[in-house]
Design a protein around this ligand. Structure first.
Ligand code: UDP
Ligand code: MG
Length: 314
């Protein structure tokens, strides 16, 4: 029987946590009763340095029922790092780990299906959103557009899959070899390989509380996704530079012809425009290259991605 762990990153989730805990517990118990998972399966909350009562709630849950465990990070490190901490801490204990957000927007009813696929020999089972009806137009448009951009950039991500997935111990073991600091899990997991499958579900609204992903964090994650998975932006810049250089040669020939045929050159406008155009392009290019150098810099430090302050388990 599968020993299943559920990894739930939580950042200031005191409003949804009690509710989510009850729902997750009921689900796991029904799966245990159904003989699908073993009795020592667990729900593990990873407190990502919350400033509210989240950790206290986790501690209480753990005291009341040992089905709940908790990991406390020493400070806020962001969703991806918190999740990574959960996966890496649990990989030696569980047969399979399902990661899910604390607000349970993802459908816990597909846990059964995920475990079944795992038992059928899949090492990774991706949760994929069937529709995006509960999203605003803006979110749907940007999110789906983003997946397409990622795909164009050569990053292999599963369309409409976020961080709701099951990973087997073997996949997690392999995943632990990925030691990068800049994390974009949904882009890295497919690189692990092994047999995988998807299950579709409908995503609902957040149970309570506010999104912990304001636009700023969302943009940061989106940027992280592109720059940590693909070096295509650099190649595009090189190509752009070559095209601009070609255009400038054509312009040069053109102006020379105009000069020798005696046409007057006012010239100021085209000169000014080209200075600005080239200047702007150069700055953008340097900026993007700087982005990668910054990443190399951060990677070369080999800083820990997270530090565990406390681990509640038995
Ligand atoms: N989260 C986290 N650290 C952060 C921000 C978010 O661990 O710095 C967690 C959060 O508690 C939740 C998950 O990441 O479990 C996804 O956040 P949220 O549901 O707010 O994002 P949304 O669904 O709005 O994109
Ligand atoms: Mg959410």
């Amino acid at each position: 029987m599968t020993k299943l762990y559920i990894a739930v990153p939580c950042y200031n989730e005191e409003e949804v946590l009690p509710d989510s805990a009850v729902k997750l517990r009921e689900k796991l118990i029904s799966m245990m009763d159904g003989g699908l998972i073993s009795r020592d399966s667990r729900i593990v909350f990873i407190d990502d340095g919350s400033s509210d009562n989240t950790w206290q709630l986790i501690t209480e849950l753990h005291q009341v029922d040992r089905i709940f465990s908790g990991i406390k990070l020493s400070r806020n490190r962001g969703h991806q790092n918190a999740l990574m901490c959960g996966l890496m801490t649990l990989k030696d204990e569980a047969d399979a780990v399902i990661s899910i957000d604390a607000d349970l927007q993802d459908d816990i009813e597909v846990f059964d299906e995920m475990v079944k696929r795992y038992e059928d020999g899949c090492d990774v089972v991706y949760g994929v959103r069937a529709k995006r009806e509960t999203d605003t137009f803006f979110k749907r448009f940007t999110a789906e557009g983003y997946y397409k951009v990622l795909d164009k950039m050569g990053a292999k991500v599963i369309f409409n899959h976020a961080d709701f997935r099951l990973m087997s111990r073997r996949a997690l073991e392999a995943f632990s070899e990925f030691s990068e600091t800049n994390l974009f899990l949904r882009g890295l997991v497919p690189m692990v390989g092994f047999k995988s499958d998807i299950v579709t579900y409908e995503r609902s609204e957040r149970l309570a509380g506010e999104s912990k992903y304001p636009l700023k964090k969302m943009l940061a994650l989106a940027w992280e996704g592109i720059t940590s998975l693909s070096t295509k932006p650099i190649k595009l810049i090189t190509r752009l530079g070559m095209i601009i250089f070609l255009v400038s040669i054509i312009m040069l020939i053109y102006t020379l012809i105009r000069f020798f045929t005696g046409a007057t050159q006012t010239g100021w406008a085209s000169l000014a425009v080209s200075i600005w155009a080239i200047g702007g392009l150069q700055m953008m290019a340097i900026g993007i290259i700087g982005e990668y150098i910054g990443k190399i810099y951060l990677e070369s430090k080999r800083r820990p991605r997270y530090i565990v302050e406390e681990y509640l388990h038995d």
